[in-house]
Design a protein around this ligand. Sequence first.
Ligand code: AHR
Length: 496
Amino acid sequence: MKKLYLVKPLPIGVINPLIYGHFSEHIGGVFYDGIWVGEDSSVPNIHGFRKSLVEAFKAVRPSVLRWPGGCFAETYDWRDGIGPRGNRPTRINWWYQNDGRMEPNKIGTHEFVEFCRLVGAEPYIAANITSTTPLDIRDWIDYCNSPKGSTEYAKLREANGSPEPLNVKYWGVGNECWGGGGNMEPEIYAHEYRKYAMIMRNSAPGLELFACGPNANGWHWTERFLRVFDTSSRIMNGYSVHYYCGASGGCLDFTNEQFYHLLSKASFMNHIVNQTWNLVCGFNCQNQCPLVVDEWGCWHPGGSGPTKGYNLFEQQSTMRDALVTALTLNIFNNNCEKVKMANAAQLVNNLHCLFLANKENFIVTPTYHVYDMYKEHQGATAIKTAFEQETITYKNPDNQREEKLAKLSVSASVKDDALLLTVANLSLTDAEDLELESVGMTLGNDADITILRNDDVHAHNTFDAPDAVTPIQKTTKADVIQVPPASVVTARIKLQ
Ligand code: AHR
């Protein structure tokens, strides 16, 4: 039995609902046959959007959805995606050399925003600063946000079916500008950022602009960017960070050591968040640079998804991926005073996805269930926890060295007079009984428990077995919470 203290006084902060955000790029099967099936499809749809996906996605209360990329964003011309769908041009997709597919532009700004409204998410657009000009981006903002009838672009938007503004508040100024987004030096990007952001900010009221930050632990990018970025200009509302963990065995075939190694790589997110934040604070940018982790997830070797590699980056999602999800969301909750937004990459038929879909087939993944189990954290006050952490010792499969991994990942929050405790037990063998001890609050007697686990951590849902990994629910006494090996457990307890 292990004592777990839940400490209400001096909370960490409010968990921004935007931390429970998602990402959708024009790549492989994310939109075409994923989100979008078309109005004439025999697959049940709402204005062309896959109905089952809309309903399931809405149920986990997605706060924000990023689009159109990713790398795709950096050759995207927004004008290709407006007007009658039949008249839109086919263009070379950024990913063409990877999968030979062109971009038909059936999904554009109107469709994207409509999908967001259907599921209750705020739209977040990543603007192309690599191959379109500041004026192009100003025009896109004008098209999206200018009042009805006020400009030529507002009139064009109305002619295309949306008289009222689309009200897109969140805008990324480029994507991965250290790589696919222009391959820039950080100093060059800092100047580009200021140029674009100054014009973007003056194009509509109330926009929030996010700068491109590092890949993972690219501290030099942050340091060199912030040395040039002028903090007094106050034209930044968030600083993006991308981190993928992966290549630890296959998505479906992995040894115990590879299982632990992937979770260890996922735990590195805590280091990335804290070290990036330390640098941001060092440059006195903490007000302008809350962290926006707008791409994160597992990136496994390709080919494990239903289309066996036809859809670029499509991968399955096992109980191991669910543990990565729980661990990562716990890290964000526990650092919610630093992390403003986070977007799992990507929504469907891709990396770390919530859904897999193919023609009439549709399933939710174990990762989806974690989002469902964690959704009450949104907007709640994150509180501190204290417990004796144990470590798991395993052999790093890459170099055979012994490494250690924290066994338990925990976060807790309070909202509407109820506590939500979320735990991931990373041990393949050892269960844990957590004896709850509350400080500064009194817990009720009963706990609503949800458990996500499977005897086999390779377990995953398929079109033939859609519920192989699915949560079970029960009510227990609130004093001791039982956490099986390799499981995600949530406990909701009313406060007295
Ligand atoms: O999510 C796939 C790709 O990963 C994105 O397009 C890019 O931003 C990142 O490198």
